[in-house]
Design a protein around this ligand. Structure first.
Ligand code: BV8
Ligand code: ZN
Length: 252
C-alpha cells in the first residue's frame, strides 16, 4: 500500500476506472456476481438493441426494476472518497462503466451550493436515468433525463412522437460516444491508474488498465476477487472498495 500512497501526491495525474463493484455496498446488484442482476438472463442477452427490438417490454421490465432498485440506494464510502479526491487532486479523473448515477450523487452531495460537481464523471456507458426516443424522432432531443419510478405503461411512450423510448445507455454491440472515448483516452495518460470494482471483461473499458500501464502509469486493482487484470497490474488490493478506499484516504 505504501507504494501507492507515496505516488498520490498533489500534482499526480490520478485516473480511476470503476465498475459495478463500487456500488455493491450501496445495494446495487452487480452484473456478474452471484446475486446476479437478473438471474434468468445474462446482461449480454438483455442489454442489446436486438433484444429491445424483439421484446421492448421485457427489456423495459428489467430497467424498470433496476431503476426502482437504484432509486433506493445511496452512495457509499467508496463513492464519497472518490468524490473527495476529485476535489483534492487537481489532476484527478474518474471514468465509470456504471449507469447508476451514484458517483454524480456523491460529488454533488459535497459540492457547495451553485458549484458544479468537481469531478465531471466520464460516463462510458450512459445513464439509467436518461432516455431517448427509440426511433430518434426529429422533435426529440438526443437524450433527456427521466426519473420516473412507476411508468404508467411499459414500454413507455416517447412524448415527442408516440413511439417508444429506450434507456439512454450503451448496449452491447453499440459504440460508445466518441467524445466520451476521447476523454477516457486522455485520462489513461496518467501517473496512477486504479481499476476498482470491475470484472474487467467488458471492452473497450477493460483495455484501459493495460493501455495506462504501457504508457508508464503505476496500476492498481481494488477487488475482493481476482480478475483478468489482476496479473497485469503493479498492485492488487484485495477487498471491498468501501473499506479499501477509506483505508487509503486515511493514509493521505
Ligand atoms: C463497443 C450498459 C464497438 C447497459 C453495458 C473489443 C473491443 C470493443 C468491443 C468488444 C471487444 N470485444 C468484445 C466486444 C463487444 C462488447 C464486449 O465487451 N463484450 C464482452 C461481454 C466480451 N463490447 C461492446 O459491445 C461495447 N461496444 O465497443 O462498440 C464494437 C461493438 C462490437 C464489436 C466491436 C466493437 C459496449 C459495451 C457496453 C455494454 N453496456 N452496460 C446497462 O448497464 O444496462 S456493460 C455492463 O458491464 C455494465 O455497464 C457494467 O458496468 C459493465 C462491466 O461490468 P462490471 O462493472 O465489471 O460489473 P460486474 O458485475 O461484471 O463485476 C463486478 C466486479 O465487482 C466483480 O469483479 C466483483 O468481484 C467486484 N466486486 C463485488 N463487490 C465489490 C467488488 N469490488 C469492489 N468492492 C466491492 N464491494
Ligand atoms: Zn420520439
Amino acid at each position: 500500500m505504501q507504494d501507492l500512497i507515496k505516488r498520490l501526491t498533489p500534482e499526480a495525474r490520478i485516473t480511476v476506472l470503476t465498475g459495478a463493484g463500487v456500488s455493491a455496498a450501496s445495494g446495487v446488484p452487480t452484473f456478474r456476481g452471484n446475486d446476479g442482476l437478473w438471474k434468468n438472463f445474462r446482461p449480454e442477452a438483455l442489454a442489446t438493441a436486438d433484444a429491445f427490438g424483439r421484446d421492448p417490454k421485457l427489456v423495459w421490465e428489467w430497467y424498470h426494476w433496476r431503476r426502482f432498485r437504484i432509486s433506493t440506494c445511496e452512495p457509499n464510502a467508496a463513492h464519497h472518497v472518490l468524490a473527495e479526491w476529485g476535489r483534492r487532486f487537481p489532476n484527478f479523473k474518474l471514468i465509470t462503466q456504471n449507469v447508476d448515477g451514484l458517483h454524480e450523487k456523491a460529488a454533488s452531495a459535497k459540492a457547495t451550493v451553485g458549484q458544479a460537481p468537481v469531478n465531471d464523471v466520464i460516463r462510458l456507458h450512459g445513464s439509467i436515468w436518461e432516455v431517448s426516443c427509440w426511433g430518434g424522432c426529429a422533435n426529440s432531443p438526443r437524450r433527456w433525463r427521466d426519473e420516473t419510478i412507476e411508468f404508467a405503461e411499459l414500454p413507455p411512450k416517447c412524448p415527442y412522437c408516440d413511439g417508444l423510448i429506450r434507456p439512454s445507455v450503451v448496449w452491447f454491440g453499440e459504440t460508445l460516444e466518441s467524445n466520451v472515448v476521447d476523454r477516457a483516452m486522455r485520462a489513461v495518460h496518467c501517473d496512477v491508474f486504479m481499476t476498482i470494482g470491475t470484472s474487467a471483461v467488458v471492452y473497450p473499458a477493460a483495455a484501459f488498465v493495460e493501455q495506462a500501464r504501457r504508457q508508464g502509469a503505476f496500476t492498481v486493482e481494488i477487488n475482493p476477487e481476482a480478475t483478468p487484470a489482476s496479473t497485469t497490474v503493479d498492485l492488487v488490493l484485495k477487498g471491498g472498495a468501501e473499506t479499501v478506499l477509506p483505508d487509503i484516504a486515511a493514509c493521505l
